[in-house]
Design a protein. Structure first.
Length: 172
């Protein structure tokens, strides 16, 4: 039961929560004249999951700032174009705000302009060859059906031909 001293909080996602998040992002900004490392920035705006993943991406040449490969300690500035190859796609973002600490997704999106190409469409192919647990070893017919579904039937037939053909071919 609520008493007179209890604070009433608004529902999640309200304007007050957003304002608090923006205030937290402002607090995460570096001071005047300070810079932010590129590995730290791509982590804080949630382009990579961990800062060490950001540093590894930089060392591997997967991060470019204004077209140049950079080291993890490279200082990023407002207006820089950051290109990141991660998880099978390329992200192209322009820095709008520098932040040092990791913030929530709604605030992180406000820190950059996303110019990335749309992600490639996922293939709408049903997974082939998934068997029920406890069904045992597949029979020869089951295996051939699974190969046919995966599109390996042609390659299996070619492999048989390379080994010397079918039994009927050898007997004749």
């Amino acid at each position: 039961m609520a008493t007179a001293g209890d604070e009433v909080r608004p529902a999640e996602g309200s304007a007050r929560d957003t304002a608090e998040a923006v205030t937290a992002a402002e607090a995460a900004r570096p001071g005047n004249g300070e810079s932010v490392r590129i590995d730290s920035w791509i982590w804080s705006v949630r382009l990579v999951k961990t800062r060490s993943m950001g540093a590894t991406a930089c060392r591997g040449g997967h991060v470019r700032v204004n077209g140049e490969r950079v080291k993890p300690a490279h200082a990023v500035r407002v207006g820089d174009e950051v290109r990141l190859r991660h998880a099978g796609r390329e992200r192209v973002v322009v820095v709008k705000r520098l932040i040092r600490k990791r913030v929530g997704p709604p605030v992180a999106v406000e820190c950059y302009v996303d110019n990335s190409p749309p992600p490639p469409p996922r293939e709408a192919v049903a997974p082939a060859g998934i068997r029920d647990r406890g069904a045992g070893r597949p029979t020869k017919r089951d295996r051939r059906d699974m190969e046919r579904l995966r599109g390996l039937a042609a390659s299996a037939a070619e492999a048989r031909e390379a080994r010397g053909g079918d039994r009927a071919d050898r007997e004749a």
